[in-house]
Write a protein that binds this ligand. Structure first.
Ligand code: NAD
Length: 473
């Protein structure tokens, strides 16, 4: 039988067209149809995550468990860990490789999975009622520069465990590391047999793309991990929103504390990834009688004390914008790097720059996100607690206290109302690093979910079976 060339051409065109529209192999290589979760437009990314959600709804809890494990495994792959840490430092210009390794590992190992969700049951004469955690649908997650990959590992695990799919809108300064990680996650999920596009993002992150995400009707929940501008935006979006915002964590030290340990904890917490975590110590408020001994020990633990008022003034001019906000060029830079810019050369053993200041000083009031630590001296512990509450600016984020007086610890806990309160330890103990409890990089103070996990990204639903209670009892 003879077929003329025109018919053959028509058949080929038809086949190519249908392969594209069904999202098959040809489509998967085009970026507008998604390349391992990466899409040209926010609309395409959300549509893909929405289609994925419809399939994901029919997966079992065991499937979810398997997919979460696949995310953990790919994030913990040694070559991936190393590449993420090195490239994040290069791309964002912030933090240190060894801390990034520790933070990514923490997110992959200690973010709870499906075990975070449990069903409760009521059984009585009128029947059996179960109360279950159910997914929201497609979650829009906005992620910061300060913990870019940690937040994506952390939120992907929590959101997929909850049965949601997720579209990430990262900070443009963390574009490449985000895209790479989302691709690794999709590769791992595909190998584990998951529906395509459970985790998506865009090829060109931008404020406009975030705005498009906020406005997209298919996004059922928004999660903002960042500063006040984005948190306020998601809270006024009209959608269910979780706001994980800025902090300015104080560390109070009273005369009953183990001062040598307090000094070390404070330096270790403050210098963790060059002070990038929103939880890290940002100012110390110390009782006069121990303030000198505390600072003496801070020096022994890697602190560099600046005493010259001119040098302190120079540092303020360099690292802040008019004393009102941090100069972004210095966010997440090392103490050694910052000191060098004001003409002081130190070795790698110096982890934090500290100085005694008055309470009103910009270093106390501004969330700097740099290893610069002001120490405010006060007459007694009551004054220290009072000022710490003011310095925290009502963020309800994180606070530390070093004291052996239980009554004072309890009083400060009640006064400050922070989501995380660490007693006699470094700040990072509060996110599960050397402290009990799960890890998170999305700490929702403003909206009250606390240290988020799968539960936070779930809806609570009641399922009622009538009239069989007696037989079941
Ligand atoms: P950022 O607020 O500049 O950016 C965070 C995200 O929001 C980015 O994706 C950015 O692109 C987006 N964004 C910011 N302003 C926006 C706007 N007007 N419209 C649309 N999108 C906008 O913060 P950052 O420098 O990346 O991160 C540091 C800040 O985040 C600090 O204030 C820190 O305390 C906070 N943070 C909080 C948590 C938490 O869990 N509470 C965790 C990490 C960081």
């Amino acid at each position: 039988m003879e077929i003329d060339e025109k018919i053959i051409e028509e058949i080929v065109n038809e086949v190519v067209k249908s392969t594209k529209s069904s999202g098959g192999e040809v489509a998967a290589t085009g970026s507008s149809a998604g390349n391992l979760g990466i899409f040209d437009t926010m609309e395409d990314a959300v549509n893909a995550a929405d289609e994925a959600f419809k399939k994901y709804l029919h997966c079992s809890f065991d499937d979810r468990r398997k997919f979460v494990q696949a995310i953990r495994d790919t994030a913990l792959d040694e070559s991936h860990l190393q590449e993420m840490a090195e490239n994040t430092v290069k791309e964002t210009g912030m933090g240190e490789v060894h801390y990034k390794l520790a933070k990514n590992r923490l997110a992959a190992e200690q973010t709870p999975g499906v075990e975070d969700l449990y069903t409760s049951a009521l059984n009585g004469d009128d029947g059996l009622t179960t109360v279950e955690y159910s997914p929201f649908g497609v979650v829009g997650s906005i992620t910061p520069t300060t913990n870019p990959t940690e937040t994506i590992i952390n939120n992907s695990i929590g959101m997929l465990a909850a049965g949601d799919t997720v579209v990430f809108s990262p900070h443009p300064k963390a574009k490449n590391v985000t895209i790479k990680l989302v691709q690794w996650i999709n590769e791992a999920l595909e190998k584990a047999g998951a529906p395509k596009n459970l985790v998506c993002t865009v090829s060109e992150p931008s404020i406009e793309n975030t705005q498009a995400m906020l406005e997209n009707k298919k996004i059922r929940m928004l999660v903002a991990t960042g500063g006040p501008a984005i948190v306020n935006k998601v809270l006024s979006s009209g959608k269910k929103a979780i706001g994980a915002g800025a902090g300015n964590p104080p560390a109070v030290v009273d005369e009953t504390a183990d001062i040598e340990k307090a000094a070390k904890d404070i330096i270790d917490g403050c210098s963790f990834d060059n002070n990038l975590p929103c939880t890290s110590e940002k100012e110390v408020i110390a009782v006069d009688s121990i303030a000198d001994f505390l600072m003496f020990n801070m020096k022994k633990s890697g602190g560099y004390e600046l005493k010259d008022p001119d040098q302190i003034k120079k540092l303020v001019e360099l690292t802040t914008v008019d004393g009102k906000s941090p100069n972004k060029d210095f966010v997440g830079k090392s103490a050694k790097y910052i000191l060098d810019k004001i003409g002081i050369n130190v070795g790698d053993e110096i982890k934090v720059i500290f100085m005694e200041t008055e309470f009103e000083h910009p270093f106390v009031q501004v969330e700097m996100l740099m290893p610069i630590l002001p120490v405010v001296r006060v007459e007694d512990c009551d004054k220290a607690m009072e000022l710490a509450v003011i310095a925290e600016h009502g963020n309800r984020h994180t606070a530390m206290m070093h004291s052996k007086n239980i009554d004072r610890l309890l009083k400060f806990h009640k006064m400050i109302q922070t989501t995380i309160f660490v007693k006699n330890g470094p700040s990072y103990a509060g996110i599960g690093y050397g402290g009990e409890g799960h890890a998170t990089f999305t700490i929702a103070g403003p909206t009250g979910e606390g240290l988020t996990s799968a539960k936070s990204f779930s809806r609570i639903r009641r399922c009622v079976l009538c009239g069989v209670g007696k037989e079941l009892l």
